[in-house]
Each structure stands twice: as structure tokens, then as C-alpha cells.
Design a protein. Structure first.
Ligand code: NDP
Ligand code: 8X3
Length: 250
């Protein structure tokens, strides 16, 4: 029987790449996100390439308790949870930010991780060896101007990951956090509210990380021997040494 990996936010970017990598590595996968058309397309592509694998695509809004409950109720077994759903909205200063954006970022990045983890825990506890991997950010440790809501949320994600590690100590469940720097995905399109030009500028002249680079790390973390817990990994492009500290080609 194959192990089952549950991936939140699998409709694009890191989550989608993680689904591809884990299926290739021999896992069955459960894909969750709000854009179910994209999940269905990914499921069809994965099933065509890997007919021996089981791929489930389920609607999931991590900010909606009923949606999280329905998502988890549809999952019989789970060995791996990849808490990936998340993102930033806006880059205004604290003085100019909209409180609704702070609330949405906290709800998605922090409460979303807590909701899904809490509800999936009974399934993970039935696994002989489970792993929870949460995608944090370099913003989980390094704050930057215009990042208050997102930085605070990712700092909180780090706290949640650490508390989970402490609370599951002694059980056969590993807890890991992967903290990426700049990864070229739809992240900046979402952050800049659909402004594709503003988003493209973020990655201009930089060899950014790809979603595959992070999916590779997730796959490495979950395929270590069961006694090995990778507590956290910070991954940035060679040309980045911190948020906003990027070497661009002239
Ligand atoms: P994308 O915007 O490409 O992907 C975000 C994913 O999260 C989508 O699949 C989206 O699906 C899902 N998502 C967002 N809100 C919800 C919600 N309420 N319920 C369920 N799913 C949701 O960005 P990335 O792939 O880059 O982001 C993935 C994670 O990586 C995020 O946690 C982000 O904070 C983190 N990260 C990204 C970095 C980067 O530079 N790109 C760097 C560091 C961390 P849908 O809209 O269909 O629901
Ligand atoms: C995304 C990376 O530097 O924009 O988490 O916060 S950053």
C-alpha cells in the first residue's frame, strides 16, 4: 500500500510542483485548493503519466471551517501533510495597510495551517510514520519594510511548527518547516493584486528559485529514514541573502 500525501494549495506554484514530485517518488496524493478546475487538470495529467498512482482532487478553502472539515472527512488515510496554502497580500507600510489584508493573511497562513493540521492529526496518528511539512518563508525570521502582515503571519507559522514539534515529541510523527526565499510562482501576482507587471519586476534579472527547487526539498525531507527529523531548512537563491537583498544582473 502506498503512502498518502495531502497537499494544500496544490493548484499552483510550490504545491503543484510538490504534487508532481511526490507522485514521481511513489506517493498517492490528495490535492486541495479553491481552484478545483486546476486541481482536476493536474489530477488528469498525473494519472496519465503515472496510472499506478491514486490522485484525489478536493475543494479546500483553509479559511473556511466547513470546507476544511469536508476536505478532511474525505480522507481515509494520510501519512504526509504538506501545509503549503498561503501567500501575501499587499506590500504597504503599516501606516497605509488595510486591516482586512492582515486578517486574511493571518487566517490563510496561520489559522489555515492550524485548522488543517488539527483535523488531519487523527489520520496522521494512524500512520506508522507520519510527517507534517509546513512551507514557511524567509519572512518567518527576517522582517522587511512593507511586510508587517505577512511577516507576522509567517513568524506565527514558525511558532506553530515549533509547538507542533514539541507536542508530538515521542510520537512517530515528524514535523518540518521549509522556509523559501524568492520563488517564481504566482505568489507576487497575488501579492500585487493581479498586477502582472509589478509581479514580473520582483524576479527581473534574478535567478530565482523555482517551485521545483522547493518541491525537491519537500521530497528530500519526507524520504529521509523515519528517525530523521529535518526541523527546518532555509532555502534562498544564490543571488539573495535576505528579503529585498538581491543581486540583479545589470
Ligand atoms: P502561489 O500563489 O503560486 O500558490 C499559492 C497556493 O495556495 C495556491 O495553490 C492557492 O490555491 C493556495 N491557497 C491560497 N489561499 C488558499 C485558501 N484560502 N485555501 C486553500 N488554498 C489556498 O504561491 P507559492 O506557490 O509561491 O506559495 C506557496 C507557499 O509558499 C505559501 O505559503 C507562500 O507563503 C510560501 N512562500 C512562497 C515564496 C515565494 O517567493 N513564492 C517564498 C516563501 C514562502 P487557490 O487559490 O486555488 O485556493
Ligand atoms: C516570500 C518571500 O521575501 O517576499 O515568502 O517574503 S518574501
Amino acid at each position: 500500500m502506498s503512502e498518502i500525501a495531502v497537499i494544500t494549495g496544490a493548484s499552483s506554484g510550490i504545491g503543484e510542483a510538490t504534487a508532481r514530485h511526490l507522485v514521481r517518488a511513489g506517493y498517492d496524493v490528495v490535492l486541495g485548493a479553491r481552484r478545483t478546475d486546476r486541481l482536476e487538470a493536474l489530477k488528469a495529467a498525473l494519472e496519465a503519466e503515472y496510472p499506478e498512482r491514486i490522485v484525489a482532487a478536493l475543494p479546500l478553502d483553509v479559511t473556511d471551517v466547513a470546507s476544511v472539515d469536508a476536505f478532511v472527512a474525505a480522507i481515509d488515510r494520510a501519512d504526509i501533510l504538506v501545509n503549503n496554502a498561503g501567500g501575501a497580500i499587499g506590500s504597504e507600510s503599516i501606516a497605509e495597510s488595510d486591516e482586512a489584508d492582515w486578517q486574511r493573511m493571518y487566517d490563510t497562513n496561520v489559522l489555515g495551517v492550524l485548522r488543517v493540521t488539527q483535523r488531519l492529526l487523527p489520520r496522521l496518528r494512524e500512520s506508522p510514520s507520519a510527517t507534517v511539512v509546513t512551507i514557511g518563508s524567509v519572512a518567518a525570521t527576517v522582517p522587511y519594510v512593507g511586510g508587517a502582515g505577512y511577516n507576522a503571519a509567517k513568524h506565527a507559522v514558525r511558532a506553530v511548527t515549533r509547538v507542533l514539534r514539541l507536542e508530538l515529541h515521542g510520537e512517530p510523527i515528524r514535523v518540518a518547516e521549509i522556509d523559501p526565499g524568492m520563488v517564481e510562482t504566482e505568489f507576487s501576482v497575488v501579492r500585487y493584486r493581479g498586477d502582472e507587471d509589478a509581479a514580473a519586476k520582483v524576479y527581473e534579472g534574478v535567478d530565482s528559485l523555482s517551485a521545483d527547487d522547493i518541491a525537491d526539498a519537500v521530497t528530500w525531507v519526507v524520504t529521509r529514514p523515519p528517525h530523521v527529523n529535518i526541523d527546518s531548512i532555509l532555502i534562498m537563491p544564490r543571488d539573495q541573502v535576505g528579503p529585498g537583498q538581491v543581486k540583479r544582473r545589470a
